[in-house]
Ligand binder design. Structure first.
Ligand code: TRP
Ligand code: SF4
Length: 331
């Protein structure tokens, strides 16, 4: 326990809006797996955040939450090393969100870049809701309730961390020093392209899921976009513009030199190149899939892990909430 105190605290969350994919694995999860050895880590499934954009059709939410828990555990998140929980299991997050909403000016929220961009991205969905506008306020509550030192996130989340610091500052100005300002731990990773060459993203429907079995991996990889200038096998290729090559750089590093030179000299065809990549991915995912299969068989085990995690998280969250309520004159 003493040791845990000396370690800096890390917190991060992931939304269960669909299945996690290889972009999430290499961008976020593999980083979390490393962090849990070095820091006191709190990782959670941001199911309330997911509802801000899936509220009109939440029929998959329950399965997605389970799926995300299984993917995280199968990928190496270890409940013995970190606290893993589900956001909505702790009413403290929601309550602090409400308290923060008292002090957060609406224009701050309207200015957050993800606010407009997400509305644009999910055109056709009504995101003109109070909950969606308050998304970053809930995120600030997630972070500040644990008084986290570091928040590992991707580039797109930096404005949310900045806003979290601003909310902490404003709260502290009004009511005294309660919430320390967290720092972002920017995850430096090249974005993984999706099957269509755009960034791999749930919203583009171009992902390879962590749970995709070998035959699905093969099928999906065979549809990937390659060097568009390469029509015949005799054409010399340009691996630097090819998504398949981008995957080799992440999942098959020792093969990149051979692939690049054979491609440039037209000694390797794209069909064979993709077949080889599919095998590389299948091998890479094999231990994760094995663990996934074990976890899927025993769902009770997952519920137990999340419950234990929520109980541990609650000890800290309840304390911070009490401090906030006292400071605001509620008790
Ligand atoms: N907004 C984050 C994302 O979409 C998820 C998230 C919710 C989060 N609460 C958080 C991340 C707190 C870090 C800390 O990726
Ligand atoms: Fe891409 Fe491989 Fe085809 Fe070259 S040979 S263009 S790297 S798929």
């Amino acid at each position: 326990m003493q040791n845990a105190k000396l370690k800096k605290r890390v917190l991060s969350g992931i939304q269960p809006t669909g299945k996690l994919h290889l972009g999430n694995l290499i961008g976020a999860i593999e980083n979390w797996v490393k962090l849990q050895d070095k820091y006191e880590c709190f990782f959670f499934i941001a199911d309330l955040h997911a509802l801000t954009s899936t509220y009109d059709d939440p029929k998959n939410l329950k399965d997605d939450i389970q799926g995300v828990a299984i993917d995280l555990l199968a990928s190496g998140i270890d409940p013995k090393k970190c606290v893993l929980f589900k956001q909505s299991d702790l009413m403290e997050h929601a309550e602090l969100h409400l308290l923060f909403s008292m002090v957060t000016p609406v224009p701050w929220l309207e200015r957050v870049p993800t606010y407009k961009s997400k509305i644009e991205e999910l055109k056709g969905k009504d995101l003109g809701t109070y909950g969606f506008l308050g998304y970053p306020v809930l995120q600030a509550a997630d972070i500040l309730i644990y008084k986290a030192d570091f928040v590992p996130v991707g580039q797109d989340q930096l404005p949310h961390i900045e806003l979290t610091r601003e909310i902490a500052r404003r709260f502290n100005n009004f009511y005294g020093n309660i919430f320390p300002e967290p720092k972002d731990l920017l995850t430096q990773f090249p974005t993984l392209p999706g099957l269509d060459g755009r960034k791999m993203s749930k919203s583009y429907n171009n992902t390879i899921a962590i749970s995709d079995p070998p035959d699905v991996i093969k099928k999906k990889v065979s549809t990937m976009i390659t060097d568009p200038a390469r029509i015949k096998k005799e054409d010399k290729g340009h691996p630097e513009v090819c998504s398949v090559y981008d995957f080799y750089k992440v999942f098959g590093k020792d093969l990149t030199d051979v692939v690049a030179s054979e491609c440039k000299e037209a000694k390797r065809g794209c069909v064979a190149c993709k077949k080889q990549l599919a095998q590389v991915l299948i091998d890479y995912m094999a231990p994760i899939h094995k663990k996934r299969a074990q976890l899927t068989e025993d769902r009770g085990q997952i519920d137990k892990i999340l419950q234990d995690g929520a109980a541990k998280a609650k000890k800290i969250a309840a304390k911070s909430l009490l401090e906030a309520k006292k400071a605001m004159g509620l008790i």
